[in-house]
Design a protein around this ligand. Structure first.
Ligand SMILES: *[C@@H]1O[C@H](CO)[C@@H](O)[C@H](O)[C@H]1NC(C)=O
Length: 305
């Protein structure tokens, strides 16, 4: 009798537990979510408030894959465009992994301040929490899409301009994930895109044969992302003919290389304007004139020569 009652009670508790769980689930999954149908498939983002007075809401689409994971047989190769996901919608609520990080500067303050400015030291401290988890499977981008203000719509028409951020930091570390672009996109009425690209040896090692070298797969990642963007931006209300690339440091060097590449030609133009902050490909640190020696060193270290 007693046992029987207890069983009933636990059944009731279980029942309410599920009911409450279901209601909570329903509330949290349907509040502030938005889905967009693109040529790659449906993608679901989360609408957030930038927490600044008078700024409109922004929908963030986090961790959209733009390239095939460059792992295994694809490691070091040029980026391959991502596969479509037409069979089911993709949830884009969470930031992706960042690419494998290398050469992060020393973080003991006394050591660090000997070799870098206080601003750079602060910058590293601010972004450090975002530089994990790391994975070779890291070719993802984030889109921040603002609600339109009426006055902006009447003045500038239906489509939004787009700003793509190419992060910097020695070709070796950093990630687009460290930059929350909600305020920038809401106040600028611009779609802002942040992205990861391969770093260090994964992205920029020159692979050398007898007389020739090739490499820069990290740069090919950026091109793959731009290709996908020119395809999907209209679905988000963006104008693919009005893309600005903005990079700083080694990111500015990458942008200036892209400015000299065929992707600026009228027929396959993937961006329109560029902003270079604190760097170009002509800077003395920007390029290695003798990549072969580094390739050999790595091969020796790994004992594969
Ligand atoms: C960016 O900031 C907003 C407002 O503080 C927050 O709601 C949102 O989750 C943040 N996005 C990311 C990717 O951290």
């Amino acid at each position: 009798m007693n046992i029987h009652r207890r069983r009933n009670l636990s059944k009731i508790i279980l029942y309410y537990y599920f009911l409450v769980g279901f209601v909570l689930h329903f509330v949290t999954t349907n509040y502030g979510r938005k889905q967009v149908s693109t040529s790659f498939g449906i993608v679901r983002g989360e609408t957030v408030n930038p927490e600044v007075d008078d700024l409109p809401a922004v929908t963030q689409f986090l961790g959209i894959p733009y390239g095939v994971a460059p792992t295994g047989q694809y490691r070091f190769n040029m980026a391959i465009s991502a596969a479509k996901w037409t069979h089911q919608p993709k949830d884009a609520f969470l930031l992706s992994n960042v690419c494998i990080q290398s050469g992060l500067p020393k973080l003991s303050e006394t050591e660090a301040l000997k070799s870098m400015s206080a601003q750079k030291f602060d910058h590293i401290h601010r972004i450090l929490p975002f530089l994990k988890p790391q994975s070779e499977d890291c070719l993802y981008m984030n889109l921040f899409v603002p609600e339109r203000l009426e006055r902006h719509k009447t003045q500038y028409g239906q489509q939004l301009s787009v700003l793509v951020l190419i992060h910097g930091d020695d070709y070796g570390w950093g990630s687009g994930n460290a930059f929350n672009a909600t305020i920038l996109s809401a106040s600028g009425q611009t779609i802002v895109v942040t992205l990861n690209y391969r770093l260090g040896v994964y992205g920029f090692m020159g692979r050398c044969e007898q007389n020739s070298c090739n490499g820069n797969s990290g740069l090919s990642d950026v091109v793959a992302a731009l290709k996908m963007l020119s395809n999907i931006l209209p679905s988000f209300g963006g104008d693919p003919t009005s893309i600005t690339l903005m990079g700083w440091g080694s990111g500015a060097s990458l942008v200036s290389l892209l400015m000299a590449s065929p992707i600026t030609q009228p027929k396959n133009r993937l961006f329109r304007r560029a902003i270079l902050l604190d760097g170009t490909a002509l800077a003395p640190w920007a390029m290695s004139m003798h990549p072969q020696q580094y390739f050999m060193k790595i091969a020796e270290t790994l004992d594969v020569s």
